[in-house]
Design a protein around this ligand. Structure first.
Ligand code: ZN
Ligand code: ZN
Length: 367
């Protein structure tokens, strides 16, 4: 039900079941032969929306803390500003020991979080790459739902980390929603000392977080050709010899290679239209699959994963198939690349990266 990318044998995969072929079709599309042709990505019927929004009923592996020393990364939302039920707004859950951290707060993050089996109140910190709406729109939801006792009842302050500008957002969010606190306190539902929200703002790149063995390093990326979208950051997360790189929203950037050199897991944004020449003003703010291939080839992550998909614009611009996404990447990269899905999860151990995708989750749910 799971496939493995051995870190000692990079990209070796253990195929266990027939159903898995379905989920692997996208990954292996460019080399697919007869046996898999009937199972194109269009045949994929599993959706993240099939899984209960209920912590106690969650079958997701993130519902249990990873074994000590391991690092789990779960894609909460793999989308962009484009409203989508398939791909919620960009957000990533990182779990180390008993701690749960969220990177960016895209649309619907809390729904996926609860589907992954983590209570809103159990988020120990939120990190922001930049302040485009698709990355910050759920700050209030994660904060406020988290202090409601019915949803995990956070004890203490909700901490938000990131570049210059975090304090401004946090201060205004706190002001905007003061009435929710006042009425819930007056109503006897929450204690006021559980409703705090605190910004941790960093003007310098480097290690911005170092607690319980987990380090978060912030670095510059570039979101647009004129470099006016500032700040724009990426993060590298290190824990017990395991590493994850999150590109943030960026055009191809040398820092992604520098900080992502030989990481276990590289989560990179991607944008693609069928006609490579349409909407240059959109494409120029992101990384195309062929460009990402160059980044992967240089950085050599153990496993490269796409997320933050800008793949066409519904009703306006045609996107590309999963197979095309892979093949454009392969123009410059001969390693494995995984197309991220909402709720897809990666367990990084000393030996492997174990991937659980939506098809695997469907099997777990059926057990
Ligand atoms: Zn974005
Ligand atoms: Zn952005």
């Amino acid at each position: 039900m799971k496939h493995f990318f051995s870190t000692s044998r990079p990209f070796a995969r253990t195929v266990v079941t027939g159903a898995l072929l379905l989920s692997l079709t996208a990954v292996t599309a460019c080399t697919a032969t007869g046996a898999q042709e009937g199972e194109s990505s269009s045949a994929r019927t599993v959706s993240a929306n099939d899984f209960p929004v209920n912590v106690t009923e969650s079958i997701h592996p993130a519902a249990n803390a990873p074994t000590e020393g391991d690092l789990r990364v779960t894609l909460l939302g793999t989308g962009s500003p484009i409203p989508s039920t398939d791909r919620f707004g960009f957000s990533v859950l990182v779990q180390a020991g008993e701690k749960n951290y969220v990177i960016d707060a895209g649309r619907g993050a809390i729904i996926r979080l609860i589907q992954a089996g983590v209570e809103a109140g159990q988020v120990d910190g939120l990190f922001l790459t930049h302040f485009h709406s698709d990355h910050v729109i759920s700050i209030d939801d994660l904060w406020m739902t988290g202090y409601v006792p019915a949803f995990g009842g956070r004890e203490g302050t909700f901490n938000v980390y990131g570049p210059e500008g975090v304090s401004n957002i946090v201060d205004n969010v706190r002001d905007a929603f003061q009435n929710d606190i006042d009425v819930r306190v007056a109503d006897g539902e929450v204690q006021r000392d559980t409703t705090g929200i605190q910004a941790h703002e960093f003007t310098e790149d480097g290690v911005i977080f170092d607690q319980d063995g987990l380090q978060v390093t912030m670095f510059d990326v570039q979101h647009d050709p004129a470099n006016v979208i500032k700040p724009s950051k990426g993060f590298r997360i290190d824990y017990n010899g395991k590493s994850v790189l999150i590109s943030g929203d960026t055009i191809p950037h040398e820092n992604v290679v520098t900080y992502g050199k030989d990481v276990d897991l590289m989560l990179h944004e991607v944008a693609a239209f069928q006609d490579r020449n349409v909407l240059p003003q959109v494409i120029s703010h992101h990384t195309t699959p062929d460009q990402a291939g160059e980044i992967f080839a240089e950085a050599k992550p153990k496993l490269a994963v796409y997320t933050h998909f800008v793949n066409g614009i519904p009703g306006k611009v045609e996107g590309i198939t999963d197979e095309e996404m892979i093949s454009r990447t392969k123009e410059n990269y001969d390693g494995e690349v995984v197309l991220g899905e909402d709720l897809m999860s990666f367990l990084i151990t000393d030996d492997d990266i174990e991937v659980t995708d939506q098809a695997d989750l469907a099997e777990l749910a059926a057990e």
